[in-house]
Design a protein around this ligand. Structure first.
Ligand code: AMP
Length: 125
């Protein structure tokens, strides 16, 4: 079920539990601002998720409330994960779903990184 991105942050969401180490994940990268891990149900050859360490429901929430430092650190982490995975050439796609129309299911901001194959049209029709 898509989430309502206007709800307050829920500390029991699954990605909060991954951040706290309460449930396992396949870690790809971690720094002060971000944590990256493999998607449990990959939609492409490469499907990695990058999440901020802070308590943000969505990109909307993050862009409105996060500090410049948090935003800078997170954006750099997303770029680094893609570079470290060798995706820059021949290219990759990143995506953040927000709310019901976006199809967001987990209420902690996550950027999807897809790659390793041609990714087809931007939006399914
Ligand atoms: P979204 O629809 O943008 O909220 O995407 C949620 C993503 O989280 C989906 O691609 C799921 O496969 C992924 N996911 C859900 N639970 C886990 C988990 N425990 N570990 C890794 N990825 C997960």
């Amino acid at each position: 079920m898509p989430i309502d991105p206007t709800l307050p942050y829920d500390d029991n969401n699954i990605f909060a539990k991954i951040l706290r180490g309460e449930i396992p994940s396949t870690k790809v990268y971690e720094d002060e601002w971000a944590f990256a891990f493999e998607d449990i149900n990959p939609q492409a050859e490469v499907h990695t998720l990058v999440i901020p360490k802070g308590r943000y429901v969505s990109w909307d929430d993050f862009s409105a409330r996060a500090s410049d430092e948090e935003i800078g650190g997170f954006v750099r982490a997303v770029g680094k994960v893609a570079r470290d995975k060798g995706l820059v050439e021949p290219g990759y796609r990143m995506m953040a779903n927000i709310g019901a129309h976006g199809g967001q299911e987990v209420p902690h901001l996550h950027v999807h990184i897809f790659g390793g194959q041609p990714l087809g049209p931007m939006i399914a029709r």
